[in-house]
Write a protein that binds this ligand. Structure first.
Ligand code: ADP
Ligand code: ADP
Ligand code: MG
Length: 495
């Protein structure tokens, strides 16, 4: 049985894992870089060890160093969080070899999921529909061009090893394809040291809808419903919600059955996510499996009532799932906003530095997973995600209004954030009516509308300022009228 977990990560996800371990009486081991000496995950863990310099390659990606800490601290399991080593099958294998329980799928399954082409092939065999595209890897840009002309532009070029929106490009012409091929190759090599490219039909006006997969070591498989993650920028998620406005109970079951087949097809164990694109025509196409705990897992926790980290630990301990699909019911509506440290008006450039003060929103059915505290620092070395703000409601609108109030309550001094952008999005008729597509921001001119909202806010503030000036001057005038001398005016004001 797992008794001590090393968390090979930082930030909000390290804190999230520590929280459940504490609740279960499991000891935790934090690791940290030079940059994270004062971070909360270091303070909150049972033990903490320094593992190197700020740059991820020198610390959070340093497998040997992390293994060394696992062995010397006596940790019997490792939770990789998301990003960093979470989907690195070499690391999972290293843990397996050293008899450390890797909380996630097996190294072999992870290796298969980490290759978008091989994974798509496994899906085709299991009769899970995938996005139409090249039958396998393309050997060079010219072959990609030939296939693009066969399936018709626009197409998506994807490195099979890409992730987090990197190593992926839409191209519309032969020229764009030639340029894009180079960019995708370079991005993929920069991120993971290798590249291999496939061509996919670019599906227009699509929604990103994913399913939570859950499978134990005894072959029991269930899905924990869908999440709609269509509000994106550059193929990266910004706002997620569950349930999806276009998935009814029948559809949920139909795609859910495919998801169970998908998990079995790659012999997946523990929690993972099967991502799909939903075409405007209503068809679902599998795109990839994320072999880890997903950033947006809290919204699924909210509607299922389950603690996903506990579930991960139980599965890793070899326990059979305590429920069947028919025991699982979805309850209410949840939304997550990823609060990023970035400047919307500087093309979403990272905004980093000290945060002298912060107010974290709270209240019934409001959850905020964050590493922020007054006096902390947002580091330029890591992901721009500072907080995940999550709200639940009995209806969608209850959840949405709760989110708007929580966004208003969230005060982060010192850095620019995506909070104003989310307020604008959540107030649009398109969002309220569930008209979601992965190009939502462009399609509905959201940035221009944000500018307009900010201008109006400024006007409102000016009107407020003028109104209060008028109020004060009226107050003064009444005092002047009611007093005979200047002296008595001042005296009355002092009172
Ligand atoms: P999710 O659906 O869980 O958000 P993402 O693909 O956005 O999945 O990735 C999760 C997190 O991991 C993001 O914060 C992203 O920045 C980070 N990430 C993903 N892939 C990589 C990578 N290859 N290198 C570094 N960080 C990554
Ligand atoms: P990553 O590994 O970076 O997460 P994905 O394959 O999951 O890459 O795709 C990320 C996003 O890119 C999707 O959510 C979707 O918005 C867009 N996308 C991916 N493939 C296609 C496609 N074939 N057609 C249209 N959009 C796509
Ligand atoms: Mg993806």
């Amino acid at each position: 049985m797992i008794s001590k977990v090393l968390i090979a990560n930082r930030g909000e996800i390290a804190l999230r894992v520590i929280k459940t371990c504490k609740a279960l009486g499991i000891k935790t081991v934090a690791v940290y870089s030079d940059e994270d000496v004062h971070s909360l995950h270091v303070k909150n863990a049972t033990e903490a060890y320094h593992i190197g310099e700020a740059a991820p390659a020198k610390s959070y990606l340093n497998q040997e160093k992390i293994l060394e800490v696992m062995l010397s601290s006596g940790a019997d399991a490792v939770h990789p969080g998301y990003g960093f080593l979470s989907e690195n099958d070499d690391f999972a294998r290293l843990c397996e070899k050293n008899k450390i329980n890797f909380i996630g799928p097996s190294a072999d399954s992870m290796n298969l999921c980490g290759d978008k082409m091989r994974c798509k092939e496994a899906m085709l065999k299991a009769k899970v529909p995938t996005v139409p595209g090249s039958p396998g890897l393309v050997k060079d840009a010219d072959e990609a061009e030939k296939i693009a002309n066969e399936i018709g532009y626009p197409v998506m070029l994807k490195s099979v090893y890409g992730g987090g929106g990197r190593g992926i490009r839409i191209v519309n012409t032969d020229q764009e394809l030639q340029d894009g091929y180079e960019t995708v190759t370079a991005e993929s090599i920069a991120a993971v040291g290798k590249s291999a490219i496939i061509v996919e039909k670019f599906l227009e006006k699509t929604r990103h809808i994913e399913y939570q997969m859950c499978r134990d070591h005894h072959g029991n498989t269930v899905h924990l419903f869908e999440r709609e993650c269509s509000i994106q920028r550059r193929n990266q998620k910004l706002i997620e919600q569950t349930p999806s406005p276009v998935v009814d109970e029948a559809k949920r079951e139909e795609i859910g059955e495919l998801v169970v087949k998908a998990a079995e097809a790659v012999d997946y164990t523990n929690l993972g996510t099967a991502e799909f694109l939903r075409a405007d025509s209503g068809e679902f196409y599998f795109i990839e499996i994320n072999a880890r705990l997903q950033v947006e897992h809290p919204i699924s926790e909210m509607v299922s009532g389950l603690d996903f980290v506990k579930l991960q630990l139980d599965i890793a301990n070899g326990e059979p799932l305590p429920f069947k699909q028919s025991d699982l019911k979805m309850n209410g509506y949840a939304i997550e906003c990823r609060i990023n440290a970035e400047d919307t008006f500087l093309d979403f450039a990272p905004s980093t530095g000290p945060v002298p003060d912060v107010t974290i929103p709270s209240g019934p059915n409001v959850r905020c997973d964050t590493y922020l505290y007054p006096g902390c620092t947002v580091s330029p070395f890591y992901d721009s995600l500072m907080a995940k703000l999550v709200t639940w409601g009995r209806t969608f609108d209850e959840s949405r209004l709760r989110m708007l109030n929580a966004l208003n309550d969230f005060y982060i001094q010192g850095v620019e954030t995506s909070i104003p952008l989310y307020k604008t999005i959540l107030n649009t008729e398109e969002y309220k009516n569930g008209k979601l597509t992965t190009d939502f921001l462009k399609r509905y001119n959201i940035i221009e509308r944000l500018e307009e909202d900010i201008k109006n806010q400024r006007n409102d503030k000016q009107i407020e300022a003028v109104a209060s000036a008028v109020m004060y001057s009226e107050f003064f005038q009444s005092k002047i009228k009611s007093s005979n001398t200047t002296n008595s005016l001042w005296k009355s004001l002092m009172d």
